[in-house]
Design a protein around this ligand. Structure first.
Ligand code: WQD
Length: 340
């Protein structure tokens, strides 16, 4: 059924791709974004791809109750997808209190505002990083949480808060989606990953090397207990992640309370696998140097995606080469990203 959906962080990498899927599925979309790591131009491109604009774009901080109250008062919000957060493992080790303030403070402000305005459906952007340093891969939703960095701990803490909120408010429904590693871009080349400053995530770093903006990749450690010694991750195409959020809205009323679901492919790739695939797809050399491990990193994170497949009949469709191809296409079309 068509809904009016508030998308916090809707101008960001995953948020903008999700807005396209929501509009294409007939939903009305309202965005709240402070543009600390996004550009308003992304929302213009969302409209171009979807063939129609979002209903409204509010510029503001998700921790700001007045900004939230203004949004809920102005629009008949039926469900919320909460992306707005900081998301870089390495950065979170450097500025942990900022991560707790924004990620946890933003989520508590949002869930309180939702409650005050009678809005009871939330899709929450969680992370595979909550699983921490584990040797038992692939990971199911029943795998224990053992976060190893402030970003992961902030997401784990939000999950606990939302579970308590669901126990307190019987009509509240929360889907906590634990993304593995979103990567790639929209096949049109109009939307993609364009972080402010030096990319924390590896894929935009690769595309910025290939387009001539960066010199070489620092490979953060080759002494992990993996086949080639470098970190293994489950990269999932951002369009798959966006489609997963559309499916989430179709299923949010299936069960009461909070449901946790992995969004991953079930296939792992090491840093060197990714570098090799990107070079093959782009035809561009990626110079790299092995450096020390990044504090907070873990050896391997790969999803068991069977729970969401059984529940929704949904699974990721794109492979690593498609992620590299689409990410590179976006960077070629936008050498310096979106206009700031
Ligand atoms: C991937 C691999 C690094 C950069 C985090 C969040 C996750 C998601 C994505 C939100 C690791 C290595 C990286 C570099 C490198 N967030 N690497 N050199 O930390 O796995 O995941 O971001 O959607 O929830 O946990 O992603 O891309 O930073 O790292 O060697 O310059 O690449 O050590 O093995 P990460 P990442």
């Amino acid at each position: 059924m068509p809904r009016t959906v508030l998308v916090t962080g809707g101008a960001g990498f995953i948020g903008s791709h999700t807005c396209v899927e929501l509009l294409a599925s007939g939903h009305e979309v309202v965005v709240l974004d402070d543009h600390s790591n996004s550009s308003p131009e992304a929302l213009e491109r969302v409209a171009k791809i979807a063939g129609r604009p979002i209903a409204a774009a509010h510029v503001g901080d998700v921790r700001d109750r007045r900004a939230l109250d203004a949004v809920f008062t102005a629009h008949p919000i039926d469900a919320v997808i909460h992306f707005a957060a900081k998301k870089a493992v390495g950065e979170s080790v450097q500025i942990p209190l900022t991560y707790y303030d924004i990620n946890v403070g933003g989520t508590t402000a949002l869930i309180s505002a939702m409650h005050d305005h009678g809005v009871h459906r939330l899709v929450f952007s969680s992370s595979c990083s909550v699983y921490g340093d584990t040797t038992t891969v692939p990971l199911t939703e029943a795998s224990p949480a053992a976060p190893t960095n402030p970003y992961a701990t902030s997401k784990w803490t939000c999950e606990r808060i939302l579970a308590d909120a669901c126990r307190h408010v019987p009509e509240l429904r929360v889907l906590a989606l634990r993304y593995f590693n979103p990567a790639g871009a929209h096949p049109t080349g109009l939307l993609g990953e364009d972080p402010h400053g030096v990319p924390g995530n590896i894929m935009p770093y690769l595309t910025q090397i290939a387009v001539g903006r960066r010199e070489e990749l620092s490979v953060f450690g080759d002494d992990y207990p993996t086949p080639d010694g470098t970190g293994i991750r489950d990269y999932i195409h951002v369009v798959d992640v966006a489609e997963g959020h559309r499916a989430a809205l179709d299923h949010i009323d299936d069960e009461p309370g909070m449901v946790i679901l992995n969004l991953g492919t079930g296939r792992g790739a090491s840093v060197l696998d990714l570098v090799r695939t990107f070079q093959e797809v782009s035809g561009r050399p990626i110079p790299y140097r092995v450096t020390g491990r990044r504090p907070g990193d873990v050896a391997e994170l790969v999803a068991d995606p069977s729970k969401v497949a059984a529940a929704w009949g949904w699974r990721a469709r794109h492979d690593l080469a498609a992620m590299c191809r689409d990410a590179w296409h976006f960077q070629q079309q936008n050498p310096y990203g979106y206009a700031r």
